[in-house]
Design a protein around this ligand. Structure first.
Ligand code: ZN
Length: 282
């Protein structure tokens, strides 16, 4: 089983996770820029983070035979912090980088006017840079949040076929399907979807334009959630080809819209900016 995790925050994960992911069949991933938990206090803090998503983290992933790409954005939560919003002006210089395959994750957290502004501005940046967008749907008030998200997408220059709506569930999937956007589902322990609910949903909705991710981060999450979905699909009678479509070809088609996806892993260079992953550089 070959797996592409289209949404995982490896900055928050260990090298053991990389190893286990490779063993489970994960050969490619996309790491969206997100909120780190600790509030940032200036745009410079974003710059170092973006540079890590473009440099250090792909280098680390390559040690384990996993192709790493990222999406770049001001995240929905920090769109409310005036110390952070000036980073919007710096995004264009990151959006031209080779391994940036979308603008994201953008969307709503608390549905404030500041979030409206940041979402509209970043959909526009995606349209201008020929990139698709990864749009997160809010964890609270999901349906209202989805409606408002779709309104802003419709008013933007970015066509819905270039938008991935993420963190969907049974309450939002119908509206999301009608919008013409791609559909993302995060498999999270305790909250969001689990693998059995995901299989039920795939039975009803089919396997077209559907992406499944672990959204693993610094919270309780499972970087092998994609594999669990693949196994649950096979147990439920889906074919190997169905699994390959959902867990490999769909993410490749979506992020391939950027024209920048490179999923063949080449052996990593021994050093990144003079440093190896071995302490002391041995
Ligand atoms: Zn995320």
């Amino acid at each position: 089983m070959r797996i592409f995790d289209p949404h995982i925050h490896m900055t928050s994960r260990t090298t053991d996770d990389y190893q286990a992911m490779h063993t489970a069949g994960i050969r490619a991933l996309v790491e969206p820029a997100f909120w780190l938990g600790q509030p940032r206090t200036s745009p410079a803090s974003f710059h170092d983070y973006f540079d890590a998503l473009l440099g250090w983290e792909p280098f680390r992933a390559a040690q384990y035979g996993i192709a790493h790409h990222c999406t770049i954005a001001l995240n929905p939560k920090e769109a409310n912090d005036p110390r952070c919003t000036p980073v919007l002006e710096e995004l264009p210089r990151y959006l031209v980088k080779d391994s940036v395959v979308a603008v994201g994750e953008i969307g709503y957290d608390s549905m404030t006017p500041a979030e409206d502004t940041a979402l509209a501005a970043q959909l526009q940046l995606a349209a201008e840079h020929g990139l698709p967008a990864l749009v997160h749907t809010p964890h609270r008030d999901k349906l209202a949040g989805l409606h408002r998200t779709l309104d802003v997408i419709r008013e933007s220059d970015l066509p819905p076929e270039r938008v991935l709506l993420d963190h969907l569930n049974e309450t939002t999937v119908e509206h999301a399907t009608d919008s013409g956007c791609w559909l993302g589902f995060s498999i999270y322990p305790d909250t969001k979807m689990d693998e059995d609910r995901m299989v039920t949903l795939l039975r009803t909705h089919g396997t077209e334009k559907i992406l499944v991710n672990s959204a693993a981060d610094w919270g309780k999450s499972d970087p092998l959630a994609t594999r669990r979905v693949g196994d649950a699909m096979l147990t439920a009678g889906f074919t190997d080809d169905d699994v390959d479509q959902v867990l490999w070809r769909n993410p490749i088609t979506f992020y391939g819209l950027s024209g920048r996806l490179q999923v063949d892993t080449t052996p990593p260079p021994p050093l990144h900016q003079g440093n190896s992953i071995l302490r002391g550089g041995e």
